[in-house]
Design a protein around this ligand. Structure first.
Ligand SMILES: *[C@@H]1O[C@H](CO)[C@@H](O)[C@H](O)[C@H]1NC(C)=O
Ligand SMILES: *[C@@H]1O[C@H](CO)[C@@H](O)[C@H](O)[C@H]1NC(C)=O
Ligand SMILES: *[C@@H]1O[C@H](CO)[C@@H](O)[C@H](O)[C@H]1NC(C)=O
Length: 537
């Protein structure tokens, strides 16, 4: 009897004590990392001070010119934010952005830079640190590229780039098998690398490495964490696709013992991923689609740990303001518009140009008034596959006997595209389940009436009622699209202009200003958490 107790007692106590030991170890390592990077932190902050003063001196000589018309927004955001009284305007902490591929120049990077710009405007004394693996480019080169590529001007002194030497561990090519798990665990090594360079006061992942956020909580429980999620690492669609009758890349691979193993692995991964997401303080997603997936994956774990903030959509910024300036929407400009249906999309199969051609043919065959109407297809042709597709589409137009009424415009320049946006009537999109649809926001900003596929982002986020009225039409099949075209052309002049104005106003939800406002309101929660936890140095 006594022997049994002797055996069981340590086992039981081990079971209860182990979590404490683990927590203690995590915090000990966190403490060590803080100490280790303390001197560097002081140095970096001193350098910020020096650069700030230098820039100030230079500016004085140049006179006070503000390069982007943003100051009005700043005061707007600030006025609104101080009402809450929780997040101090002069907060001086360090915000760490985990973005190992910051120089890639894609949509995700646009969000990163816009986010940093908004943070800088809201908290002029805060320092933004970007952990990046682009070791071959220096700060001035990165900032220059950001200006050229995205027209975003960052305040140089308060942004710091820290270079990771371990980015290799998050490359998918590093893990030929179990890629998801490999990359996720690999991201922990990269995060350790990041923290040993500098421990931030707020830690935000903008690339989808959610595991790094859990790791941050493990090492530094008091540091608030945020995630901006473009795409869930594993989606509920993926889990579904393994089963019978699934769609997509993994369709039907759920059979046999390998399939079984794969399914087990994915489900296990989804559980870990859900647990990881449960610990993130503030979660933002780039669309309603991603929000729905993240809610279903992370929601239960978040509720369990009673995280107060919901998963919020913060739409990425689209160059709406530029289009508003370039394209007029008024009674005057109505006279310059022609009966042109415009489709701006790359010539890729999923854009379903075929559907749009068929719809247009059906519309022409059935339209009673026989007014001249045109379909314009604008897209880039990147390689010979695209060129073949354009050729096939021309053949189809010929077959449908609408060749004379369809224009193909390949590789149009931006001024040419603006011309089309000025003179077209309808903007169309035929892709099924597009996650968002920046092109459709651009139609709206240019005052086109949208006729879009009734699915995905266009349905959830973009072509929705606004100001108590529709901003366009949605359709699924060729007859439905044809019907929608008919409806648009049947609107009276007044109704048409009203709808154009509503569409433009609706695009206002996706401006850089709207992004900045939503972003800062989310980050304010993190700043408030940080200020109240008082872990400053
Ligand atoms: C969100 O990110 C995903 C993945 O990068 C992208 O496919 C989608 O278009 C993005 N949504 C928006 C609104 O930009
Ligand atoms: C294009 O749309 C048609 C009609 O909805 C559909 O049957 C077809 O599968 C679509 N093609 C692609 C490539 O999505
Ligand atoms: C189609 O193009 C032909 C040739 O340019 C023209 O005669 C005809 O009116 C056009 N049809 C419509 C409905 O626009």
């Amino acid at each position: 009897m006594i022997y049994v107790l002797l055996l069981v007692l340590p086992a039981v106590s081990c079971f209860y004590v182990a979590p404490f030991i683990l927590t203690f170890c995590g915090q000990a390592v966190g403490w060590y990392l803080r100490r280790k990077s303390r001197d560097r932190r002081a140095q970096l902050l001193a350098r910020v001070q020096i650069e700030e003063e230098e820039l100030h001196r230079g500016k004085k000589e140049e006179a006070n010119v503000e390069e982007d018309g943003w100051e009005t927004i700043e005061s707007h955001v600030t006025g609104w934010a101080t009402n809450g009284g929780k997040a101090p305007r002069d907060w001086e902490g360090v915000v760490g952005f985990f973005h190992p591929f910051c120089n890639a120049g894609g949509g995700g990077e646009r969000v990163l830079w816009a986010a940093i710009r908004a943070t800088q405007k809201r908290w002029p004394k805060a320092v933004c640190v970007v952990y990046t693996g682009d070791r071959d480019v220096d700060k001035s080169a990165i900032l220059k590229r950001v200006e050229q590529r995205f027209n975003i001007h960052l305040h140089s002194p308060t942004i710091i780039f820290l270079y990771l030497s371990t980015r290799y561990y998050v490359l998918s090519s590093t893990y030929p098998y179990v890629t998801l798990l490999g990359q996720s665990l690999g991201s922990l090594i990269v995060a350790y690398d990041a923290f040993s360079l500098l421990v931030p006061d707020i830690f935000i992942d903008t690339m989808g490495y959610a595991f790094t956020l859990a790791f941050s909580k493990f090492l530094f429980p008091a540091i608030p964490t945020g995630a901006y999620v473009h795409y869930p690492t594993i989606s509920t669609d993926m889990l579904g696709s393994l089963g019978e009758g699934g769609q997509g890349l993994n369709a039907g691979t759920g059979r046999g013992w390998r399939g079984k193993a794969k399914r087990k692995y994915w489900h296990l991964f989804a559980r870990i991923y859900s647990w990881v997401g449960g610990g993130v303080d503030v979660v933002m997603t780039n669309s309603s689609w991603t929000q729905a997936h993240i809610r279903s994956l992370w929601g239960p774990a978040r509720a369990e740990r009673s995280k107060p903030s919901d998963v919020e959509v913060v739409f990425p910024p689209v160059a709406v303001e530029e289009l508003e300036r370039a394209v007029d929407v008024s009674a005057e400009s109505e006279r310059k518009r022609e009966r042109v249906i415009l489709y701006i999309a790359q010539f890729r199969p999923e854009k379903n140009h075929t559907l749009i051609l068929r719809s247009f043919a059906e519309f022409l065959n059935q339209s009673p008034d026989k007014q001249p109407t045109k379909l314009a297809l604008i897209g880039s042709v990147r390689h010979s596959d695209d060129a073949t597709r354009v050729y096939d589409l021309r053949l189809l137009a010929h077959e449908l006997k609408i060749k004379e009424n369809v224009s193909f415009i390949c590789d149009a320049s931006w001024p040419e595209i603006l011309d089309w946006l000025r003179k077209s009537w309808i903007g169309v999109n035929g892709m099924w389940n597009e996650h968002f649809g920046i092109g459709i926001v651009e139609y709206q900003a240019a005052g086109l009436i949208s006729v879009v596929h009734d699915s995905g982002g266009p349905k959830e986020d973009i072509v929705v009622e606004f100001d108590g009225g529709p901003t366009g039409f949605r359709a699924t099949t060729a007859p439905e699209f044809a019907e929608a075209f008919r409806k648009v052309f049947a609107l009276s002049a007044d109704e048409t202009l009203l709808m154009r104005r509503r569409a433009r106003a609706s695009a206002g939800r996706f401006t850089e200003e709207a992004f900045a406002r939503r972003w800062t309101s989310q980050v304010e929660q993190l700043v408030a958490l940080e200020s109240s936890s008082g872990t400053g140095f």
